[in-house]
Write a new protein. Sequence first.
Length: 290
Amino acid sequence: MALDRPPLDRPSLDRPSLDRPSLDRPSLDHLGPDVIAHNGKVITLDAASRIVDALAVKDGRFIAVGGGPEMLRAADAHTRIIDLEGRSVIPGLIDGHTHPYLWGSEHWFGAEGEATSKKYNDPQLKYTAALGNTEAEVLRSIEQGIRNRAQEMGPGKWIMMKVFGGKSIPESRRIASPLFASLGSSAPITTQFLDALAPNNPVSLIATEAIGPSQNNTKAKEEMNRIVGYEATGIIARTVIPFEILMRGRWKEQAARPDSRSAPAGPTATSRRRAMSRACSQLSRRCRDS
């Protein structure tokens, strides 16, 4: 929470404490903080890793964190008061490579896939996994998994499968990734291989990690070209299939009703923002409840 600050006019306030409210660059009409947020869990990430109740902001900078009653005493008529209602507040982390939308789809269609598919009355919203400690085990798991899913859901339904070998990413790079034709012309996992397993279902496989190899069958390629105008592979497929295809044009209430009809597909950017917002909301709730 430490901030580089220009020298202040009053030497006694040149290093404001994070434990008590302090005022910065005062004006005659507004001496208090611009914003005070209280009744929350302010995660300071300071040297002591404190979690306090409130924070104060002036001129776009944190000027104090501490107890709520103490902080509120620094307010004036122009201070905006925000009741956090127990929510968590974290510093603005500088991280240029996060994928909250990927976390959302992988978690809610993967780890929570059973619950999600029931909630939305759509079995496609449950990813399946192919695992094994050898190449032969992984291939058998792929064959069995795809055939089972195609039989369970019937024709036309998407089958999204995550393929992983061994117990770690380095192991899976050695066991599972080389099985994909995209990494080698003689590899067994090809479009034709997937067509033979489920010719009437769009099938998309992704291996090992976010940037791992992938393979689509003919039906998946046709559906991608029809809906989004191109074939998505690799990490792009991990977002295109859930957000642009499986959840395209859906409203939460409609998707939850067995007798509902799909709403007309909305703009691609809109559906993406909605899905991303849902994922971020889930992250926020998990942080608040922790």
